[in-house]
Design a protein around this ligand. Sequence first.
Ligand code: FES
Ligand code: FES
Length: 178
Amino acid sequence: MSVATHHPLGGEGLGTFGPEPQPLSLLINGEVRTALADPATTLVEFLRDALGLTGTKIGCDRGACSACTVWLDGEVAASCMTLAFDARERSITTIEGLSRDGELHPVQRAFIEHDALQCGFCTPGMVMSCAHLVNKNPECSLDDVKTAISGHLCRCGTYPNIFKATLAAAAASKGKAK
Ligand code: FES
Ligand code: FES
């Protein structure tokens, strides 16, 4: 998945903020989005509460469950452990930005086809980590998938179908690349 190399908000400088809320502009899913935030706002709070991007979930809110996984500059990150102001000059991708031209990412499609969710609460975070793996390594093995989601807690226990879905998505991506 490509990420912007030129940051449209670059050069703003990293100043001192707070304690009052102030406008914060972040590059999210290829668009600059602006809303008020105070310096203690986490990225997931900013996404959900300020921008209405509720696909990213809050589970533990302390870096232990990975429900809040997004990509920062194309790498997976826990958005509950990232201050929104620290995401300036980064390129943020959320589950809402994973599809392209109306087409689901192969991992999203495979999760549907392989019934890789029950309640769905962990699913956006799982998809972000599995899509990151498949994009980086379409030759990934079952062990690679297990490692990629080792920080994710699924209380419904859908792990076997998540493994199958991710390997199927990897096989499909590999086929496309040929
Ligand atoms: S909500 Fe961020 S790791 Fe659990
Ligand atoms: S599908 Fe319910 S927590 Fe994972």
